[in-house]
Design a protein around this ligand. Structure first.
Ligand SMILES: NC(=O)c1ccc[n+]([C@@H]2O[C@H](COP(=O)([O-])OP(=O)(O)OC[C@H]3O[C@@H](n4cnc5c(N)ncnc54)[C@H](OP(=O)(O)O)[C@@H]3O)[C@@H](O)[C@H]2O)c1
Length: 395
């Protein structure tokens, strides 16, 4: 049996976007050799401002449709190019496809991803802000439209594969036999250093991640452990788990990505090399599997796997993540927006590293989470948190 899957990539010029195209190249080579039944056709690409790379991708993959949010002068030809802030959403609504890979960074990824979910598309979800800020709305619409949301974030892809039960079930609710779902964190570049020691860390130091190569925003979030806080909220929505059934462990080797503890006292762990191409490929080929484009994990060479309970005193972002899961409503949107503004200010050298979480926490204390039943309510909460964070940063 041979089939074609039409793929639309939001954020094609970023770390996840370019790796998605690399995986598609690999899967198509397998298909050409008769080793995989599916051929992938890239039908749409969206970026923010990297017109040069977008143009190159359009030409290489013979893509018919593209979207560029800024810097629209350099038109990628021959694709039909949509321009402006709502260009990614229009691309999703106007171009037929089977899978949308949501790999834009930040809250900007929510409207086009929500549109894909409304249309009942299968969404390979990397953009964690979609569920962090809009989880209640997105999952409710997914249930109605029957859109499958397939996690690309490595920890959630790992949790999904460790869950007991039917592998074909969409991962929106975990069975009651799951006692606890645990995601791991490498601890980032500052795992072994005191909060005082890293207070004035530079962007260059914070961007030096020990195990993963990622875009700048998610790398800084890994250094504060806010990334894990956002992932807790994401896991809450993806698997219907409350805070008392979610956990985080520090695991510096980044080999075990998640663990599921069942009520009968067993623990299922997911192991893989820290390489995003693995969960990207898993989401693209689901429910099948295909030969990997990455080296296999050298199990015999793994001399040790360490786990430790995170120090929430040193990494208060984790506490904020658990609190946002408990608070519900727009709490995730507020946390995410405040953190986005703080990280942006840190990267622009306008805020000390040690103040990123402090500013974020103050915003979560000042803004009372509103309901998050509509996109405009979510975006209002996002806007209020941004204004508050900017004020605190400039004070
Ligand atoms: N990288 C990882 O390993 C990893 C792992 C797990 C989850 N994630 C999540 O995946 C998402 C993408 O991460 P990344 O590391 O790939 O980010 P990245 O390297 O910074 O790439 C971001 C992509 O989004 C585009 N973009 C940014 N702002 C946009 C906007 N306002 N409108 C339209 N497009 C916009 C960028 O376009 P330009 O290039 O034109 O700016 C780029 O294509 C994030 O939510 C992240 O948390 C990433």
């Amino acid at each position: 049996m041979s089939d074609t899957a039409r793929v639309l990539i939001l954020g094609s010029t970023g770390s996840i976007g370019t790796q998605t195209l690399a995986v598609i190249g690999h899967l198509n080579a397998l298909h050409a050799r008769g080793e995989s039944p599916t051929r992938f056709e890239v039908v749409g690409l969206a970026a923010r401002r990297n017109a040069a790379l977008l143009r190159e991708q359009v030409a290489h993959w013979h893509v018919g449709h593209a979207a560029l949010v800024e810097n629209g002068d350099a038109a990628p030809t021959p694709a039909h190019l949509r321009r402006g802030p709502d260009a990614p959403e229009r691309l999703v609504r106007e171009v037929e496809c089977d899978v949308v890979v949501a790999a834009m960074v930040g809250i900007a990824g929510l409207p086009p991803t929500l549109a894909a979910v409304e249309l009942g598309r299968t969404v390979a979800l990397a953009n964690k802000e979609t569920l962090v800020a809009g989880g209640g709305l997105v999952t409710a619409i997914a249930k109605r439209s029957c859109a499958a949301i397939l996690p690309v974030d490595s920890e959630h892809a790992a949790l999904w594969q460790c869950l007991p039960g039917d592998r074909t079930a969409p991962p929106l609710s975990a069975p009651s036999s799951v006692a606890r779902a645990v995601i791991t964190a490498s601890g980032g570049p500052f795992r072994a250093r005191s909060a005082q020691d890293v207070y004035d860390a530079t962007p260059e130091e914070a961007l030096r991640h020990p195990t993963w190569t990622m875009g700048p925003k998610v790398t800084i979030d890994s250094a504060t452990l806010m990334n894990k806080a956002l992932e807790l909220i994401e896991a809450h929505w993806l698997f219907g788990l409350e805070a008392d059934r979610l956990g985080v462990l520090i695991h510096p080797q980044s080999i075990v990505h998640a663990l599921v503890e069942t009520t009968d006292g067993q623990v299922f762990a997911h192991l893989a090399a820290p390489d995003m191409r693995t969960p990207i490929q898993h989401a693209l080929t689901y429910p099948r599997r295909a030969a990997a484009c990455t080296a296999s994990l050298p199990l015999a060479g793994l001399s040790r796997l360490d786990f430790a309970v995170p120090d929430v005193g040193r990494f208060p972002a984790l506490r904020l993540g658990f609190e946002a899961v408990g608070a519900g409503g727009a709490a995730g949107a507020v946390l995410n927006a405040a953190n986005e503004v703080a990280v942006e200010a840190f990267l622009a050298r306008r805020l000390a590293f040690g103040r990123i979480t402090e500013v974020t926490e103050r915003v979560t204390r000042e803004i009372v989470p509103s309901p998050a039943g509509t996109l405009s309510e979510i975006l209002d909460a996002d806007g209020a948190a941004r204004t508050c964070a900017r004020r605190l940063i400039s004070d």
